[in-house]
Design a protein around this ligand. Structure first.
Ligand code: MSP
Length: 507
């Protein structure tokens, strides 16, 4: 499971938190399913954009990237993410991997030296065709709005044009290779339009990985894409990482960098004789309060403040609950607070508190054992069956990176729990005869099992709140989906405390 590696030219923003959190949620989900996962993220530290940022700060590139990479590592931690690798493109193992991939391509006759003459955007770190540019009163700009400059320099080229046929064939045979479908269509139509050979070195830049036996440095995307192999031990094809994890890899990325991942990357891999990753998934773009985030509009969402005020779990929940992953989203602060607290404090927190505080006062804080003498009631059966029924459905969602439907399914479990608690009305049953008490015990056992299953299913999204909930349910084992649907032990439970605080602004 990978995120793009982040440029260190500026401080991390919501977009960086977003992909990091998504990859972490997916990695945690698969781990709980018993799948061995390697989750990699990191920083993209070469190229003209980073060199310029260092220059503006009056620092040497190396000093600058060392400092900024640290800032991104802190971002990953603040996002609640636990990657297995944090790769930096300035580390020696990456230099070795990028040079080895280059050498492989060169040995296979895929690289030649020529002259590049055309447009380059430093902000996008991309070469553009004249026909792609937009004409504005200020002159030509990239389709992204970034400024472009005319570049004339000696470059090494990769024979991208040779790979048009094989790429189209691959897309045709693997219609699920890129999600969502709109991005798949975008890539296919770009490649159908014809491919020109790609400049993959810069001779007028010094901040980069030197090409083997040459005076140029690698084009930053050629260098950066290789990171996905570096973390697995490439160029050693027999390394444990390459053997075990490549090519069963899912790349998460933003929609702006689909061309690099969906066209250039598979072409490099095919040309080097390597298998292609399992799937790419491109998410959308966050706006804020209806507008593109901009410092001058003052609407830049500051994830650090949100995390500090509301906790990282609330932000992780909202970002994937509010907007379908793959679509563009609008961050509205008011909605963030309402939605999260309706579903977390009033929904999940309330359900847990109602059930656990009732157990505390009426059953000496113990989960009532299921009576083995009588058969299970319809209600208990249904509550115990919820987790096993939903697990394959959420797994299917996660296999398609559909985090939205996954959270919708878990939310339905919370609603079901609250409804059942109201219908069960254990406070009335507690005053009744033996049959009423049996119904009360069975219902409460079922509700506690449902809570446990919801806590496990939501653990990948909200690890700390769900760990706290599991503790309140007397479960301290490492979380695993293997226990979904199983009856609970009747251990004494700690006194429950509210899981989520309701902000004062909500009445
Ligand atoms: N360094 C390259 C990636 C190389 S991967 C081999 C890069 N870095 S980046 O720092 O500019 O962007 C990282 C990610 O942040 C991209 O996936 C991009 O889509 C995402 N986002 C940047 N702004 C964003 C929003 N406003 N909203 C959501 N994601 C956005 O590109």
């Amino acid at each position: 499971m990978t995120t793009p590696i982040y440029y260190v030219n500026d401080r991390p923003h919501l977009g960086h938190y977003y992909t990091t959190m998504a990859a972490d949620i997916l990695a945690r989900f698969y781990r709980l399913s018993g799948v061995s996962v390697r989750f990699a993220t990191g920083t993209d530290e070469h190229g003209a954009k980073v060199a310029q940022a260092a220059h503006e700060k009056g620092e040497s590139p190396q000093v600058y990237v060392d400092r900024m990479s640290q800032v991104f590592q802190e971002m990953v931690e603040r996002a609640g993410a636990q990657p297995d690798d944090f790769i930096r493109t300035t580390q020696p193992s990456h230099r070795e991997a990028a040079q080895a991939l280059w050498q492989e391509l060169e040995d296979r006759g895929q690289i030649y030296l020529s002259q590049y003459e055309g447009w380059y955007s430093v902000r996008d770190e991309a070469f553009y065709e004249e026909t792609e540019l937009l004409h504005t009163p200020e002159g030509r700009v990239a389709p992204t709005g970034a400024s472009v400059e005319w570049v004339q320099e000696a470059c090494y080229f990769f024979r991208l044009s040779h790979w048009q046929g094989p790429l189209l064939q691959h897309y045709k045979e693997n219609p699920e290779w890129i999600g969502p479908e709109s991005r798949y269509n975008e890539v296919v139509s770009f490649v159908r339009g014809g491919l020109r050979d790609l400049a993959i070195s810069r001779s007028k830049l010094s901040w980069g990985i030197p090409v083997p036996h040459g005076s140029h440095v690698m084009y930053v995307w050629m260098d950066a894409l290789t990171n996905y192999l570096t973390v697995l031990g490439y160029p050693d094809l027999h390394s444990q990482g390459m053997q075990h994890f490549w090519p069963s890899c899912v790349h998460l990325l933003g929609k702006d960098i689909v061309r690099f991942h969906g066209v250039y990357w598979p072409a490099f891999l095919m040309a080097a004789g390597l298998p292609l990753p399992h799937r790419l998934f491109a998410h959308g773009w966050w706006m804020s309060e209806g507008h593109k985030m901009s410092k001058s509009l003052g609407n830049v969402v500051n994830p650090e403040n949100l995390i500090q005020t509301y906790g990282v779990d609330a932000l992780r929940y909202f970002l994937f609950r509010h907007v379908r992953f793959g679509h563009d989203g609008d961050f509205c602060h008011d909605l963030f607070i309402r939605r999260t607290y309706q579903e977390l404090a009033d929904g999940l927190g309330n359900l847990a508190y109602r059930v656990l505080s009732f157990l505390q006062s009426r059953t000496q804080g113990k989960i009532p054992a299921l009576s083995l003498s009588s058969s299970l009631g319809v209600r208990e059966k249904e509550l115990l069956a919820w987790g096993p029924r939903v697990l394959p459905l959420v797994t299917d969602c996660m296999d398609r990176q559909d985090l939205y439907s996954y959270l919708d399914l878990t939310h339905q479990g919370i609603v079901k729990g609250n409804q059942t608690m109201t219908q069960l009305a254990p406070w009335n049953l507690a005053k009744g005869d033996a049959q009423a008490l049996e119904a009360m015990h069975g219902g409460l056992h079922g509700l506690t099992a449902l809570l446990r299953d919801i806590a496990l299913l939501l653990w990948p999204v909200m690890p700390s709140s769900c760990t706290q909930l599991l503790h309140q349910l007397g479960i301290s084992d490492a979380p695993s989906f293997a226990s979904i649907g199983s009856p609970l032990h009747s251990n004494p439970l700690p006194v429950p405390t509210p899981l989520f605080r309701k902000p004062e602004i909500i009445s």
